[in-house]
Ligand binder design. Sequence first.
Ligand code: MG
Length: 374
Amino acid sequence: MPELAPYAVDDATSRGRIVAEPRPKARSEFQRDRDRIVHSTAFRRLEYKTQVFVNHEGDLFRTRLTHSIEVAQIARSIARALHLNDDLAEAIALAHDLGHTPFGHAGQDALNECMQSHGGFEHNLQSLRIVDRLEERYGAFDGLNLMFETREGILKHCSPARARELGELGHRFVDGLRPSLEAQICNLADEIAYNNHDVDDGLRAGLITVEQLEGVSLFRRHAAEVDQEFPRIAARRRVHETIRRMIDAQVTDLLAESARRISELAPKTLEDIHAAPPLVGFSRPMVAENAALKEFLREHLYRHYQVLRMTTKARLIIRDLFTAFTDDARLLPPQYQALAAVDSPARAVADYVAGMTDRYAMKEHRRLFAVGEI
Ligand code: MG
């Protein structure tokens, strides 16, 4: 590993784990966190959870698993180039979507509505609940007992009310402090990954067209470069070559702008990072180009009628499941009945439903509601 900047998170200055453990023998503390995340049940479920497209629609679309791997790749590269802790960046990236419900944002919104009078549902908080509590793999503790800074990075957003309940981890939301640079990198790596892969998946699904994308400057600019360099390139390859350059341009811009802001502030310690405004970010022109790309995706992909049909159905499934289980908690598997006794029944139902993969949720729905199948 290249030498870390003095304001990077490292093992020696970390605030450590909730349950003290001996130091790992051949790994860093944050490598251990990454490994625990990779071995978790929630991580494996990401393979059958989606963001925009429902999992069974095609084998080539991103799932939350491949998305998380792409985010980890981008975050690691940026962290290493800035002399930050790339093991921590990787761990946060691999864990950042663990708390997502089935059926992407439609599922999260539906579950949040169902949970309105029970404290709501928020996927960041759920990711934290999984790594702090719900994973049952270790004799000495519930959850994965991750390092403070990994947990801090997972908790991207949080309302002030919830932040107070979270104690030390919630402080920064109350005090208006920034997380580590490694966590800031993961936020933007997430954005870079999904904006670009949604273009790719949207095209592959036939929901958006290259002609429409020519109206988006980030795409047009790089496609023109590709055309100049490879005038006879095949259509599919042209798209890949263009998206590859878009990712590279965004990462390169982010690196340059972040390095500029860091050198301007000249932080000496991690405390300086917490107190500073966000230091990881795009340049102003790239912020504008990114916003245009996002707006395009919102209008033409996320609100495409075929996508809306899927999300409408997804909402229905989540609501039905939630209602059936809260009406009669005896329908829950024993593990969740036990949780219902400790937390609230509604929270246990939310844990169960949120943990489902897309296909498992559809199967449970059939089991509960399809006439002729029990
Ligand atoms: Mg994500």
